[in-house]
Each structure stands twice: as C-alpha cells, then as structure tokens.
Design a protein around this ligand. Structure first.
Ligand code: MG
Length: 275
C-alpha cells in the first residue's frame, strides 16, 4: 500500500497555516465565551461560526458519528466530552478541544481553564495548579521538539516536566499525533518516555502534541455516551494541545496566534514564521 511520507513539503507547510489560524481563532472565541451560566453548546456554535467565516469546516464533524465542532470536558472528564446544554458552574475545570480543516489541511488544539468559585478557593487553586502543570508540560514538549533529533524526546521531556511538578499522572492510552491532510496521522506523539526513538525530527514534520494530565490515578473509562473519557477514580483532568510545524528555519506553533512566542520564551526559543 502506498503511504504518504510523514514529512510535508515547504509548500504544504505554508498551506497548513490557514487551518492552524482558523483553529486558533475558534478556540479563542470559545475561551472568550466560557463563563458561569454559559453552555458548552453555545461555545460549540460560536467556534463553528468562526471556522466557517474563515472558509473552513469543523474537522471534528468529519469523525464518524461525531456531530460537534468542539469537545468540552469538565472536571473528571479528560477528553472527548460532547458539548451539552448544562451551564458551566463556579469552579468548573473545563478543557476545550477543537479543530478546523481549511483547503484540505487540518489544525487541532485544546486549552484548559478553571472558572472562579469564591466559596471553594482550595478546589479552584488545586485545579488551576493542574491546568498550569498541563500547560507547562505542553510547552516543555514543544520546546523539546524544537531541539530534538528524534520525536520521542518530546514524550520524555513531557514526562520529566510532569513528574517534577508533583503527584500527577499522565494518561497512557491517549497520545498526540501527526497532522496534515487528515487530523490524525502517523506518527504517534507520546506524552511519556518510550523505548523507541521515533522518527527523525526534521523539516516537514507536523505534530499535534497533547498532554492529558490527571490529579489522581491514570485509569479511565468511556461514559455511556460512547465518547467521553473520564477518570475512573473521579479525579480532575486537564488537556491542552497545539499543532506544531518543524520547518527549515525553526518551529512554528500553527495553532497559537503568536506562533508560540510567549509559551516558548521561558525556554529561550523563538518561533520562526513559515516563509
Ligand atoms: Mg489531537
């Protein structure tokens, strides 16, 4: 069977910028709308509107059986939560995942936020710390990609960052992925150290890095809706993601509005736009 190379050409990398930008804009709109009383379905509709305005379509809706633009996973739900009409509540830990396809190319990204709850400051603080650790793990992984010779250095760096941050768990059964003509492509991008080195990190590699971090045990189950991945012990979970391109001049975070400049700055890395 013919298999397309995992490495994109310079022209293909340029073509992926629009999908990344549409994904970033859709998630920015979802982030702007998250508030106590708002509903996941409202975020979902707004994100779809942004993607369509930019000439794209939701790539999550291209997944067989999935009808939404976003996944919205609250508290102990890790990923793949189906947007519903239950309003967000104070203190909710919300992970929002979404993606756009533009001109046949894909973007995929996610963020996690914690809503204010003045009556439960301890809960809010521990959830914000989980979100911070997860975000830090993502940027550590992106920074590792910028310097890596082989892809699995990313997972090793993520694992090290999470372990240095406290008693957190990394899901083993769900990992990042290559991205391009399809949202999910080879190669897998582990969030932990594995024995294999993985493919060479060189110009043309585009991957979605997406640590899924839990405050308790790493076992999960899928809810009766057939989609939502939830921690078995009911502990909190967070998920963040970016689609990142390696090109001739450096790395560029396709799904970050600043290309990853702010997130990579603490690592001494400056993302370079794809020329
Ligand atoms: Mg993904």
């Amino acid at each position: 069977m013919f298999r397309r190379s995992i490495y994109k050409s310079p022209a293909e990398l340029r073509a992926m910028r629009a999908a990344g930008a549409a994904t970033a804009a859709a998630l920015a709109e979802a982030r702007r709308l998250i508030a106590v009383g708002a509903t996941p379905l409202e975020l979902d509709a707004a994100a779809e509107r942004v993607i369509v305005e930019r000439g794209g379509r939701s790539n999550f809706q291209l997944e067989p059986g999935y009808r939404h633009t976003l996944c919205v996973s609250v508290d102990d739900d890790v990923v793949h939560g189906i947007p519903g009409d239950r309003p967000f509540r104070p203190g909710d830990l919300v992970s929002v995942d979404g993606g756009a396809e533009v001109d046949g190319w894909n973007g995929d990204a996610a963020f996690t936020v914690v809503l204010d709850d003045p009556t439960r400051p301890d809960v809010v603080a521990s959830r914000r710390e989980l979100a911070r650790v997860t975000e830090h793990a993502l940027w550590t992984g992106i920074a590792a990609l910028a310097r890596a010779r082989h892809l699995n250095e990313v997972g090793a760096a993520i694992e090290e960052a999470v372990q240095a941050s406290g008693e957190y768990g990394i899901l083993l059964d769900y990992v990042g992925h290559g991205i391009g003509r399809r949202m999910h492509e080879e190669p897998p991008v582990f969030n932990y150290a594995v024995d294999r080195r993985g493919p060479a990190v060189k110009p043309g590699l585009v991957v979605a890095i997406e640590p899924m971090i839990v405050a308790g045990a790493i076992e999960t189950f899928i809810r009766d809706d057939g989609w939502t991945v939830t921690t078995s012990d009911g502990s909190d979970a967070a998920h963040v993601e970016h689609s990142v391109a390696v090109h001739a001049d450096g790395v560029w975070v396709l799904t970050a509005e600043d290309g990853g400049a702010a997130g990579l700055e603490p690592f001494g890395i400056t993302p370079i736009p794809i020329a």
